[in-house]
Design a protein around this ligand. Structure first.
Ligand code: 8YV
Length: 315
């Protein structure tokens, strides 16, 4: 019997591609010189799509795949997949929750510390001889004991909170509803949260329901000298308003892993010395990426074996 054809939208490590190639006929879209010709050749036989958090599956693409049965995302956030379309067509969508939570939270804290304590600038100060020529580097901002606000207290938000407790921080959060199993203060809106914290960390999921959630009002409500970190999706933040707040230094330091237009982000971000940038890399440890790949492959294997899907997202 022919192996099922799987359309792979973005680069995957060899440790995933090799085992997948045993069971599936892999169509690597990202290697196609001419995408239209590639799809014209393979579309009629594609039975599964493998996407990533940052690479979606549009209705227009899926409409061209008459034999499509499943969309498996190598990532937890499925905002780039047209889920109403999948629901209407009865296509299951799977993701890779839990396995990346701790690494994303680690990077949130890493970006926070790097931005507040100017770690990249400190490194440069030593390397470029400024230490010898000018002595101590300029003073930075304390992280320990500050008031931390988390927008979106889901799995990742909670893991950030856990780490922040170790930094003696007073923690509060905003979200759709108060959660009764945490001791943290609840705010109904990011603006109300922002007005009461020194540091704001965005952990909300992406998608239409959170687009622009951290709006101009929220950014303007932050106290002068605030620190902002985003490890969720660029779409959750009003990016022109964020750029303005960074330009005026209302936000004194920021650590950003996600942006509106990835990877070709607004070039102004790279001009700010008080901003630490990362290339959507919060889940990017070898350990986590191996676990994500395994879970994505387990979902595909379960589907084609007719078993229950380990991590299907309910429509
Ligand atoms: C990406 C992510 O999937 O999990 C998510 O939602 O955005 C990331 O983990 C990862 O960069 C793989 O490309």
């Amino acid at each position: 019997m022919d192996k099922p054809k799987v359309l792979v939208m973005g680069i995957l490590p060899d440790w995933d591609l090799q085992p997948m190639a045993t069971d599936f006929d892999l169509c690597l879209l990202y290697e196609a010189a001419d995408e239209a010709a590639f799809l014209a050749e393979h579309a009629p036989e594609i039975r599964a799509i493998v996407t990533k958090g940052e690479i979606g599956a549009s209705a227009a693409l899926m409409d061209r795949l008459p034999r499509l049965e499943i969309v498996a995302c190598y990532g937890v956030g499925v905002d780039a997949i047209d889920r109403p379309y999948c629901a209407a067509r009865g296509l299951p969508v799977t993701n890779t929750p839990d396995v990346l939570t701790e690494d994303v939270a680690d990077l949130a804290l890493g970006l926070l510390l790097a931005a507040a304590r100017r770690i990249p600038a400190a490194d440069a100060w030593v390397r470029d001889g400024s230490w010898v020529a000018q002595g101590s580097m300029p003073l930075t901002s304390r992280v320990w004991g500050k008031r931390l606000g988390i927008v979106g207290l889901g799995r990742i938000g909670r893991a950030v909170a856990q780490r922040a407790e170790g930094f003696g921080m007073a923690i509060a959060y905003s979200g759709r509803t108060p959660q009764d199993d945490v001791p943290y203060g609840f705010h109904a809106t990011p603006a109300s949260l922002a007005a009461n914290v020194d540091i704001l960390v965005c952990c909300a999921m992406g998608g239409p329901t959170t687009q622009g959630l951290i709006d101009r009002a929220a950014l303007e409500a932050l106290p002068a000298g605030a620190i902002f970190v985003n490890v969720s999706r660029g779409s959750v933040v009003d990016e022109p308003a964020l750029l303005e707040a960074l330009r005026s230094r209302r936000i004194a330091a920021a650590g950003l892993d996600v942006f509106w237009n990835e990877p070709a982000i607004d070039p102004e971000f790279a001009t700010f010395p008080h901003v630490v940038l990362a290339p959507h890399a919060a889940s990017g440890t070898e350990e986590t990426r191996r676990a994500m790949g395994l879970l994505m492959r387990d979902n595909l294997a379960a589907h084609f074996a007719g078993r229950p899907l380990p991590t299907e997202i309910r429509p």
